[in-house]
Ligand binder design. Sequence first.
Ligand SMILES: Cc1cc2nc3c(=O)[nH]c(=O)nc-3n(C[C@H](O)[C@H](O)[C@H](O)COP(=O)(O)O)c2cc1C
Length: 175
Amino acid sequence: MNQLIIYGSKYGSTKMYANELSKRTNIKAIDFKKVESLDKINTVIYFGGLYAGGVLGLSETIKKIDTYDDKKIIIITVGLSNPNAKENIDNIKDSIKKQVPEKVFNKCKIFNLRGSIDYGKLNMMHKIMMKALYNKTKKLPPEKQTSESKALIETYNKKVNFVDFDTLGKIIEII
Ligand SMILES: Cc1cc2nc3c(=O)[nH]c(=O)nc-3n(C[C@H](O)[C@H](O)[C@H](O)COP(=O)(O)O)c2cc1C
């Protein structure tokens, strides 16, 4: 069985999860930018950081799969919003649906994990994006606040780390 862990990470939390899973399962982990061919891989385990709803590197990686029929695909997102809140799970699913072909979406297994953020280390573009999002979110009336918007307001301009390797357990079980 040929398995591969692939990750798309900008600030390291997704990479940490991918490397920890690699350590626990003995499956090689590589950056999505270094993937050349997935022809000989049967199980693709994709970890991607969430950026404005999108899963970093996911669509680029899925495009490298020639035929989906014989492949097992596991997609794991890493984001700041609470991965146990139904509305967040639904939003992430909808976003994945837009990033991969229908055939892949119908057969893939999806998991959502929680990452980290250190506003002090964000690049200029990300600082500007988060500021704009924060200013917009802050103005929402309480009845329109979701758990995602509340999390953004609570963590804005801070350093927070929700990385929890125990949450990899459910993924290890299905591998
Ligand atoms: C510009 C920007 C956009 C983000 N968008 C989302 C998002 O849509 N949903 C979410 O849950 N987290 C979002 N986050 C938080 C990241 O997903 C979180 O910090 C994650 O741990 C980043 O992974 P990485 O450290 O591997 O890059 C965003 C962070 C930044 C800087």
